[in-house]
Design a protein around this ligand. Structure first.
Ligand code: ZN
Length: 241
């Protein structure tokens, strides 16, 4: 069996049999990888605690026919701030789930890997609530989707933009408003800056109030995107079947 090395982020893990665990990783070189960590649930396992969701690890694996097998795993960064704080950890979990949903096994995407590791480092260091909205906006851009935040998606007006209608792909003005999440001007301008790639400015200058609004909006946007992906893959499977 061929042996290989890679680095990656643990997205999630689940039990396999009595003592083993399946580790789902997002790796730099191979995209999503599903691998077995043998004996990891025994108390004296040498790498059990290193393979928790959110861990950044350097790995050695055997390439198996169905599942690869982890033979070595070392943390590359401690991420102690992230592991010690439930709020930070909860935010990291949203990002790990999003990557799990949009990534495919065996398909490397260096930009996506860089986005995930950069966002985890930022969250570990600052705990900034804007990290998830910044991450989601960039992730959607990599997926070819951007919310329209500077004009009403229905009539094109640039003034009086009051709600973000996630299903419609952007802002609606006061006259066109139907459903959607009410968002303040500050939150909308911050989202516009994120779409334009001015991430550092948004992380450093957005109020806590607008940050909360954007966290809610980001959660809706990623849910909507994942739902749409699941629906389109269901349609493809139906056509194949
Ligand atoms: Zn309008």
């Amino acid at each position: 069996m061929p042996l290989y090395r890679d680095e990656g982020v643990v997205l999630r893990t689940y039990k396999l049999g009595e003592a083993d665990r399946i580790i789902v990783l997002y790796t730099r070189g191979r995209g999503k990888v599903r691998a077995v960590a043998k004996g990891v649930r025994r108390t004296r396992s040498k790498f059990g605690s290193r393979l928790e969701p959110g861990s950044m690890v350097s790995l050695q694996l055997y390439e198996g026919r169905n599942l690869d097998i982890v033979t070595q795993a070392e943390r590359t960064e401690p991420l102690a701030g992230l592991r010690a704080d439930l709020d930070r950890y909860g935010r990291a979990t949203i990002m790990l789930e999003a990557i799990d949903h949009v990534s495919t096994e065996g398909e490397a995407n260096p930009a996506l890997y860089k986005l995930l590791t950069g966002a985890l480092r930022e969250l570990d260091g600052s705990g900034n609530a804007l990290v998830v909205p910044a991450f989601v906006t960039r992730l959607l851009a990599l997926e070819g989707v951007q919310p329209q935040v500077d004009e009403c998606v229905a009539c094109g007006a640039a003034e009086g933009l009051v709600v973000l209608a996630v299903h419609e792909g952007g802002m609606l003005c006061r006259s066109c408003r139907r459903g959607g999440v009410a968002i303040s001007d500050e939150a909308r301008l911050a989202l516009s800056a994120l779409v334009a790639g001015r991430v550092r400015q948004v992380l450093e200058s957005t109020s806590a109030q607008a940050g909360q609004e954007l966290e809610l909006v980001a959660a809706r946007m990623i849910e909507q995107h994942i739902e749409r992906r699941l629906q389109s893959s269901a349609v493809i499977y139906e056509q194949l079947g």
